[in-house]
Each structure stands twice: as structure tokens, then as C-alpha cells.
Design a protein around this ligand. Sequence first.
Ligand code: PLP
Length: 400
Amino acid sequence: MELLSKTLARVKPSPTIAVTQKAAELKAAGKDVIGLGAGEPDFDTPQNIKDAGIAAITAGKTKYTAVDGIPELKQAICAKFKRDNGLDYTPAQVSVGTGGKQILYNALMATMNPGEEVVIPAPYWVSYPDMVLLAGGTPVIAPATLENDFKLTPEALEEAITPNTKWFIFNSPSNPTGAGYSWDELKALTDVLMRHPHVWVMTDDMYEHLAYDDFKFCTPAQVEPALYDRTLTVNGVSKAYAMTGWRIGYAAGPEKLIGAMRKVQSQSTSNPCTVSQWAAVEALNGTQDYIAENNKMFTRRRNLVVDMLSEIDGIVCPKPEGAFYVYPSIAGLIGKTTPSGVTITDDEVFATALLEDTGVAVVFGAAFGLSPNFRISYATSDEALKEACTRLQQFCAALS
Ligand SMILES: Cc1ncc(COP(=O)(O)O)c(C=O)c1O
């Protein structure tokens, strides 16, 4: 009998984690590496949040809690949804898990049956299709294009929906493109969903607060209140509050779904880390002032990267509305050859040659379902970004 499950054989390990690991190995071997692969802010968790975690430990709040979150955090989450999104949820409609990742996974595990489909716009966050596969469902990829600023059109959504569609996964601002949907763009998608009452909406709003210039974030249940009863609104503290390692994510939706997700969590991990839950209460209820400060820094870095990449012949780099990623196209470089004789046949070859020749680590576009592109995370210092973009310019200029 084969040891490993057939389900697992359909799943690939996370390519973003693989790139980060490869860059770390090269660094350990003494190579001058600039890692632009990691999807986390480069600054520390704010002090008031750390203090809340320390206070929780000191007060002995270190035991099991209710499976899907302490009442204080659920209250803070309800207040956040009202404050930021104009959405009314009760604590019974809220689930807290070990990161947004577990929340998304719980929701899929709680709902998917063989033969059922999940529509995922590409480029997508690497985990969506594999999570759907792990849950026994079938991912259906709905392509978005560079020409449309990586945003799904209503026509492409309509085309992807079948009688077997259970979920539509929506992510704005997006990982990996940074694309953020305006109210009107999202309304065009929710209009399609209104014509298909059997389709549920899983919106991943993880990058809500990382929005730049005059971009205004909006979420499906806010844009189309009639979708409220079939929407799971997912969010978390990882990105906005630099809390990636604390592992707290959450969602709100219909009680029946939240209860089913609780069942999955109760038989897998039980409650998310108690200390982290108390820190997350402070993140959501405490000052939000540093978000605007951080966004000034991210805006500057985004502009720096977009400007420097746009100077490169063969690269097209749209300026995204949010998150901390850019997703340039290298269509103009395909077929060219590096000085060491490597022909750039696709974006994976490009990323490997770039890392080996210049030490700049990026993630190739095929991992996110749209090629030929690559993803840069600009959640790193201005100096590192300048140096990395200079090396990219030199690498591309040397292609023939
Ligand atoms: C689009 C998106 N969703 C969800 C997550 C999961 O975040 P966490 O599990 O840290 O809450 C990430 C993290 O990279 C992400 O980029």
C-alpha cells in the first residue's frame, strides 16, 4: 500500500516558500543575495500590540480558549467590520483561526465535495488552488490579463461559472499583483454573482489596509448587500499590523458556515494561540495611526520599484493600487540569452538565471498562474530595493 495519500499527490509545496529557502541557502553559502520573495512587512509588530501579548502572559492568559476565538476578540472583529466596512456581524457569525490561511482552509474543508468547483481568478495567491485540491474540490482558473491591470472582467467570471461552482474566491488588493478593484469594478463582478444564486463568495481581504494614493478599498458584501447571506469575509492581522508570526486570522459569515468551520478547527488545531488572540484584540481596538505611516513608506517603495523597472526594455510594470507586490511582465525578454548562454524561455528560467547571476530572488509568474511575469515583494528597505532594481536593469541590459 502506498504511504502517501492520492489527494496529497495532486498538491505542490508553496513555491514562494521554496524561493525564500533557496535565497537563504545561497546567502548562507556566502552569496550576496537580495530576497524579494517574502510576503511580510519588514518592520516590527507595534509596541502596544507586543505589550498586550506580554500582559496576557503575565496575567496567566495562557490556557485553551473557545475553539474559534475569545469573546473579546470576536467583539473587536465585529467592531472592525462595522467601522471599516459598514458590515453588521454578531460574534456568533465570527471565526478566529491560526492565520487567514487556516480560515480559508477550514471554509473549504467544511464545504467542498468531489466534483464541486471553485472559481479562482489568475494571477492568484499560490495556496488557493492547492487548498481546493486538498479539500477534494476542483479549482477552475479564470484568467485576468495585464491589459486589464490583472483584474477579472465580468465576462471572464461569467464564463468560469458552471452549475458545479460552489465558491468564487476574490482577493483585492491582490497577492501577487497588488491590483485593487474599485467599487464599480467590484459591482460589475457582484452583478454576475447575483445571476448565479448557487455560488458562494469567499473574499480574502488580507491587504485591505495596504492601499495607496486615492484607492478606496471595498468588499463584496458591502458593494452588494444582497450577497451578505452567501459571503465569507476573510481578514487577518498579519499584514496590516506586521503580525505574521502571531498567526491570527478571522472571518465573518452565515452562522451555519461558521459553525461548520468551528467543527473542522475543533478536530484539528483547536483554538489559535491564546496570547496572540489578546494581542490581536489590541491590534484591532488600539490606535490605527501607524497604518497611514506605513503606507507612506510602502507608496514610496512601490513608486521606486515601478519607476526603475519601467526603465527596462522588455519589461512592463503596471503600478498597483495596494498590497506590497508588483507583477511585471517579461514578455519582451522571452527568447533572449544571458551572457552565460542561458536562453530565457519562460519566467522560471528568468528567475533562476536572475538569482544565480545577480543574487536577486524573485518568484516566477507560473507559480501564480499567469506568465511570463515575476513577483517582487517591496516590503524591504529602500536601499535593498534600489540595489536589486539596479542589478535587474544590468541583468536585462546584458541579454542579447
Ligand atoms: C492573499 C493572502 N491571503 C492570505 C494570506 C495568509 O495570511 P495569514 O495566514 O498570515 O493570515 C496571505 C499571506 O501571504 C496572502 O497573501
